[in-house]
Design a binder for this molecule. Structure first.
Ligand SMILES: C[S@@+](CC[C@H](N)C(=O)[O-])C[C@H]1O[C@@H](n2cnc3c(N)ncnc32)[C@H](O)[C@@H]1O
Length: 227
């Protein structure tokens, strides 16, 4: 199946179930998600947050991205995070405190489909392995929220499992597992670049790589003007 033909799978799990599952998983998540971490870091390198910027990470999990961003924006910058799971927030809060970055990191508990921030606030937004957790109609809503909170010269970086190109055995297996065990296999491949373009973002850098045979898209895009 080529790009454009395949529909992305729907998400059947509720947000309450997602929150409960991540709360439960939070103690083990660092071990479980260790192999994914380098792709998040690659996205952060491409986003290039700099000293003095105000940056948001959505779905920050155990906080490795928040820490790296706090380092990049320095004393004069500020990092905000939003995550639906209190378990994840507690782990990240401890990590941030230990690194001495508590003053420059603000962690919020909430749903990314309704960002509790004012318009035109952030220089950059980052998301890794999080956009693909949202159900199909929620993806444009989340991206719309990202555009709203970004400044007109702002940029976004999304790292996510990709459905782009010819489906391989691993992608099909993943989608099958997602349909069969939605509580455990919660993400599924999505069209990252297409979703960003449809939401009005202008791509700046597109990287396609694989993680154990699973295609990953890392897309950096600029918000551009509203309308
Ligand atoms: C697969 S984990 C990725 C964590 C981290 N970004 C990483 O790359 O390791 C997804 C994260 O998104 C959070 N999340 C799930 N649904 C969310 C929602 N509706 N709003 C905000 N965060 C959400 C989860 O609690 C979890 O921390």
């Amino acid at each position: 199946m080529s790009e454009g033909e395949g529909e992305i799978s729907r998400v059947t799990r509720s947000k309450g179930q997602a929150k409960a599952s991540y709360d439960k998983m939070s103690k083990w998540y660092d071990i479980l998600a260790r192999p994914e971490r380098r792709y998040g870091y690659l996205g952060l390198q491409k986003l290039r947050a700099v000293e003095g910027e105000t940056v948001l990470e959505i779905g920050f999990g155990t906080g490795h991205g928040i820490l790296a961003l706090a380092q990049s924006v320095g004393n004069s910058g500020q990092v905000y995070g939003i995550d639906i799971s209190e378990g994840m927030i507690n782990i990240t809060r401890a990590r941030v405190r230990e690194a001495g970055f508590s003053e420059r990191a603000v962690l919020n508990c909430g749903d990314a489909a309704r960002l509790p921030f004012e318009a035109d606030f952030f220089a950059a937004v980052f998301m890794s392995f999080t956009l693909e957790l949202f159900d199909t109609p929620d993806i444009p809503m989340v991206l719309h929220e990202c555009r709203r909170v970004l400044r007109s010269d702002g940029r976004i970086c999304v790292v996510a499992m990709s459905k782009k190109g010819k489906a391989n055995v691993i992608t099909r297996l993943y989608e099958w597992a997602h349909a069969k065990f939605p509580q455990y296999v919660d993400c599924r491949p999505i069209f990252v670049l297409k979703a960003l373009e449809a939401a009005g973002f202008q791509p700046l850098d597109v990287t396609e790589i694989t993680m154990f045979g699973l295609p990953i898209e890392i897309v950096v895009a600029r918000r551009g003007h509203h309308g």
